[in-house]
Design a protein around this ligand. Structure first.
Ligand code: NAG
Ligand code: NAG
Ligand code: NAG
Ligand code: NAG
Length: 745
C-alpha cells in the first residue's frame, strides 16, 4: 500500500499535472484534430464549407458533419477539431487531402531577481523605451491573464501598433475595457477542452468563460515575458524587489489555450510564447509543431518550454526555440532552531535539501514528535510516517511540530493542523523535493545531514523542542545556474541530429504576477504575486529576450533571433565552471542545456548568425523520411525531395549534432553577417572575412573518429571570434557509432 502510494506521488510530481486528469474510460468517440496544411481558399467560409464537405461522407451526412466539428482552423492553415469514432478517424486518415488525424490531448502546463541574474539591470523605472527600439507584440498562449494586475499597467506606452489585427474578446468578468495598451488582445478557446472533458462547470473549480485567468500560470508567464515595472512586490516578504518582464514595453496578446496559433499568426504577433506541453509525436501530428511551423514561415519565432518530465523533451522541431530550466543564485533559507540552541540550516538550493516558502512566524519553541511515533490506533508506524489523513493520533500531536516523510504534496500540513499540530518538518523522500512549496502551518523540509542531527537530538533529549523560522531570501548565495531535476532533456527523439533543448533559462522559484483566485498552490492564501517553478517559467524568459532582439532588429528572421540567443549563451556558471545538474552536482551537457544559459545583453549583438529559412526546413524534412506529399501539404508548395536528401545534420542550425557517426563525417554551416553589423571574423586555422553586411560564408567542419572506439557520446563546441568583441559559439554533440576521438579539421 505504501509502495503504491509512493509511485502515484512520483508521477504527480514529475509531470506537474495541474489539470484534472482526463477520464480515460473506454469510449470510442474522441476529439480529433484533422489537419490539412496550408490552403489557398479565398476566405474562411470556403474553408469551413469544404471542411463540412470533406467530413460529410465519413460522418454520414452534411448535418452530422456540422455537428461533429467543434472548431475550424481557417486562417494560417486548414483543419478542424471534430468528435469522431476511431473508425471514422481512420477513414479520414485515408482521405487524400488530409495530412494527419490525431487525438486532441489535454496539454500540460509546464509550470524577480531572474532578470537581474541575467544581467538585464539598470532599468529605468518606467515602461517607456526600456531596452527597446520598436514595438514588439508577444503572443502568450496559456491559461489567460489577470488584467487588473499592476504588472499589466500601460503607463508610458504609446498607441496599440496599427499592424495588430487581433481582438479583445469579452466574457465572464472580462470586458473590452480590460484590454489596454499593454494587453492589446485577448481571446479564449474552450470548445476543444470541453469536448474532451465535459463542460468547465463540471469541474468544481473556479474558472472564467473569458480570457480571465483563474489559474495564475498564464498571468505568471505573461508578466515574466513583458510585465511592466512594479516596485516593492514580494510573496509575504520573500523574493522582494521590483517585478518586471524581460521587455517591459512589449505588448501582449493573450490566447487562452492552444487552439490559438491560427489566430495569433494572423493577428500579427512577432513572438509566440507557449509554456504548454504535448506528447512526443511526429512533426505532422502535434498542434504545437504544426502551428509553430506556420508561425516560422510568417517570420514569427515560437519559444516553448522543454517540459517538466525530466525525460526526453517533446519539443523536437528545429523551428522551435526549446527552453530548458535552471536555477538562479537566490536561496530561500527556512531554518529550524533546536531547543539545545543548535540551528539546522535549510538552504533551499542545495542537493538533497528540503525547501519551503514559509511566511509564518512561530513565536515560541514547541515539542517535536516524529509522525511514526504518533500513529493512530491500528495504524503502523510506517504508514503514520507519511502523515496521510487518519493515520495520526491527535492527542499525541497537539501543540507539537510533527516530522513527516513524503513529498509534501498530499496536504500533510493540513492533516497535521487538523490534528492540532502547530508546525511540520518534512523529510523529502529520495532526496527529491518539489521546489517552492507553501504550507498552511510553519513548515520546512530537511536535507539528509540536518535530518541526522534532528534525529540525534530528539532521541537524546527528554523534551525535544524546536522553532521554525520564517523563510529568508538570500541573494548571490550559491553557484548558479544549475539544471533543474525536472527539466526535460535530449537527445531529440524525432530528429536526433538536432540537439535539443536549445537553451536554458531561469525557472526555479520565480516571482511574477499571479491570479489571486487560485489558492491551491499558495496554502489557501490569496496573493497577487507568487513564486513558482517549472520549464514554464524558463520559456517566457527566452520569449522576453527574443522580444528584445526583435525590437532592436525588426528585420531579423526567427532563425537569426534564435541563433543570436544560442550562440551567445554560456556553458559556464557564475563560478566560471561547468554548469551542474542540481540533482547530482555532476556536470551537465548540451543534452541538458543545449547551447547554455541565455545571455540577453550579448544576444542583442551576436556578431554573426546562423540563418535558415522555410526552404531549408523543407530540405530538412525531406531528410526525415517524411512523405513528400505530407511536406507539400504542410508547406503549401510543390516539393521535390533531392535524392539522396541533404543530410539532416547539414541544416544550418546554430549547433551541430550527429546522431549516428560512423568513422568520419563532414558537416556544413553558413555564417551570416546580418544587416547593420560589420564584422571581420578570425578563425583558426582559417579566417572568414566578411566584407559587407548581408554577406554569408560557408565553412566545413570535419570530424574524424578513432577506429578503435566503441559507441560513445562526445560533446564539444566551436567558436568563431572577432578580437574580443564577438564570440559566436555553437555546441557540438556527436554520437559515435564506431569511434571515440574527435578532432576538428
Ligand atoms: C463536483 O461536486 C459534486 C458535488 O459535490 C460531485 O458530485 C462531483 O463528483 C464533483 N465533480 C468533480 C469532477 O469532482
Ligand atoms: C513595500 O511594501 C511593504 C508591504 O506591502 C511596506 O510595508 C513597505 O513600506 C513598502 N516599501 C516601500 C519602499 O514602498
Ligand atoms: C481528513 O478526513 C476528515 C474526515 O473524513 C475530513 O473531514 C478532512 O477534511 C480530511 N482532511 C484532509 C486534509 O483531507
Ligand atoms: C560502420 O561502417 C562500416 C564500414 O562502412 C560498417 O561495416 C559498419 O557496420 C558500420 N557500423 C555501424 C555501427 O553502423
Amino acid at each position: 500500500m505504501e509502495k503504491y502510494a509512493i509511485i502515484t506521488i512520483i508521477i504527480t510530481l514529475f509531470f506537474f499535472n495541474r489539470y484534472a486528469v482526463a477520464n480515460e474510460a473506454v469510449s470510442i468517440t474522441k476529439l480529433y484534430i484533422v489537419y490539412m496544411g496550408e490552403h489557398s481558399y479565398p476566405d474562411s467560409n470556403w474553408v469551413i464549407s469544404s471542411n463540412h464537405e470533406l467530413l460529410a461522407p465519413v460522418a454520414g451526412s452534411f448535418g452530422q458533419a456540422k455537428e461533429a466539428i467543434t472548431y475550424h482552423y481557417h486562417k494560417s492553415f486548414r483543419g478542424f477539431l471534430a468528435k469522431l469514432t476511431t473508425d471514422k478517424a481512420q477513414k479520414l486518415r485515408e482521405t487524400e487531402s488530409v495530412i494527419s488525424v490525431f487525438e486532441s490531448k489535454t496539454n500540460q502546463l509546464h509550470t524577480t531577481h531572474s532578470w537581474d541574474f541575467l544581467g538585464v539591470d539598470n532599468v529605468p523605472q518606467n515602461n517607456a523605451n526600456v531596452g527597446s527600439k520598436s514595438d514588439v507584440i508577444v503572443g502568450v498562449i496559456d491559461t489567460g491573464v489577470l488584467p487588473e494586475s499592476e504588472s499589466f499597467n500601460d503607463n508610458g506606452l504609446g498607441p496599440v501598433p496599427k499592424r495588430f489585427k487581433g481582438v479583445c474578446v469579452a466574457g465572464d468578468q472580462f470586458t473590452v475595457n480590460n484590454c489596454n495598451r499593454k494587453i492589446i488582445g485577448a481571446r479564449i478557446y474552450s470548445k476543444g477542452y470541453e469536448a474532451v472533458h465535459g463542460p468547465l462547470e463540471s469541474f468544481n473549480a473556479t474558472f472564467f468563460r473569458s480570457p480571465r485567468d483563474s489559474d495564475g500560470h498564464g498571468t505568471h508567464t505573461a508578466s515574466t515575458v513583458s510585465g511592466s515595472v512594479v516596485n516593492n512586490v514580494s510573496l509575504f516578504g520573500m523574493a522582494s524587489g521590483t517585478a518586471r518582464g524581460g521587455m517591459p514595453n512589449a505588448r501582449l496578446a493573450i490566447y487562452k489555450r492552444v487552439a490559438a496559433f491560427d489566430d495569433a499568426i494572423s493577428d500579427g504577433v512577432d513572438i509566440i510564447s507557449i509554456s504548454i506541453g504535448s506528447s512526443p509525436e511526429g512533426f505532422f501530428d502535434d498542434p504545437i509543431s504544426i502551428g509553430s511551423f506556420h508561425a516560422f514561415k510568417k517570420g514569427i519565432l515560437v519559444s516553448t518550454s522543454a517540459g517538466n518530465s525530466g525525460f526526453a523533451t517533446t519539443k523536437c522541431a528545429p523551428w522551435l526555440l526549446t527552453v530548458a530550466a535552471s536555477s538562479i543564485d537566490r536561496e530561500f533559507n527556512s531554518n529550524v532552531q533546536l531547543g539545545n540552541s543548535k540551528i539546522l540550516k535549510v538552504r533551499d538550493n542545495a542537493k538533497f535539501q528540503g525547501s519551503s516558502l514559509n511566511p509564518l512566524k512561530m513565536d515560541k519553541f514547541h515539542r517535536v514528535i516524529f509522525a511514526r511515533d504518533a500513529s493512530a490506533a491500528g495504524v503502523t508506524a510506517g504508514e503514520a510516517s507519511l502523515c496521510f489523513n487518519g493515520t495520526l493520533d491527535h492527542k499525541l500531536i497537539k501543540w507539537k511540530i510533527v516530522v513527516c516523510s513524503g513529498f509534501g504534496i498530499d496536504n500533510p500540513d493540513v492533516v497535521v493542523r487538523e490534528g492540532g499540530g502547530v508546525g511540520m518538518i518534512l523529510i523529502p523522500l529520495f532526496g527529491l523535493n518539489e521546489y517552492s512549496s507553501q504550507y498552511v502551518i510553519p513548515t520546512t523540509a530537511l536535507g539528509t545531514n540536518e535530518l541526522q542531527a534532528l534525529q540525534n537530538y530528539v532521541t537524546r533529549s527528554k523534551n525535544p523542542t524546536a522553532k521554525i523560522s520564517p523563510t529568508k531570501t538570500i541573494l548571490k548565495a550559491t553557484r548558479a545556474p544549475k539544471m533543474a531535476f525536472f527539466s526535460s532533456i535530449g537527445p531529440n527523439t524525432i530528429t536526433p541530429d538536432i540537439i535539443k533543448p536549445d537553451i536554458t533559462a531561469p525557472d526555479v522559484r520565480i516571482l511574477a504576477a499571479w491570479s489571486p483566485v487560485n489558492i491551491e498552490l499558495t496554502a489557501g492564501r490569496s496573493v497577487d504575486y507568487n513564486i513558482i517553478s517549472g520549464t514554464s517559467m524558463a520559456c517566457p524568459h527566452a520569449s522576453g529576450i527574443a522580444a528584445m532582439i526583435k525590437s532592436h532588429h525588426p528585420s531579423w528572421s526567427p532563425s537569426a533571433i534564435k541563433s543570436a540567443i544560442m550562440t551567445t549563451a554560456n556553458a559556464m556558471d557564475n563560478a566560471k565552471r561547468a554548469i551542474l545538474e542540481d540533482s547530482s552536482d555532476s556536470p551537465a551537457s548540451p543534452f541538458n542545456y543545449g547551447s547554455g544559459h541565455v545571455n540577453p545583453i550579448a544576444a542583442l549583438d551576436p556578431g554573426l548568425v546562423y540563418d535558415f529559412g522555410s526552404n531549408d526546413l523543407i530540405e530538412f524534412l525531406c531528410s526525415t523520411r517524411a512523405y513528400a506529399t505530407q511536406i507539400q501539404m504542410l508547406t503549401g508548395t510543390k516539393i521535390t525531395c533531392k535524392s539522396p536528401p541533404v543530410p539532416m545534420y547539414d541544416l544550418n542550425y546554430p549547433s551541430i549534432g550527429v546522431a549516428n557517426m560512423n568513422g568520419s563525417v563532414t558537416v556544413v554551416r553558413t555564417l551570416d553577417s546580418p544587416a547593420g553589423v560589420k564584422v571581420k571574423a578570425t578563425v583558426k586555422p582559417k579566417q572568414l572575412k566578411f566584407k559587407e553586411a548581408g554577406e554569408n560564408m560557408k565553412f566545413g567542419v570535419t570530424f574524424v573518429a578513432d577506429k578503435t572506439s566503441h559507441g560513445s557520446l562526445v560533446f564539444g563546441s566551436l567558436t568563431w571570434s572577432s578580437g574580443n568583441k564577438y564570440k559566436v559559439r555553437i555546441p557540438i554533440g556527436l554520437n559515435l557509432a564506431s569511434a571515440i576521438q574527435v578532432r576538428g579539421k
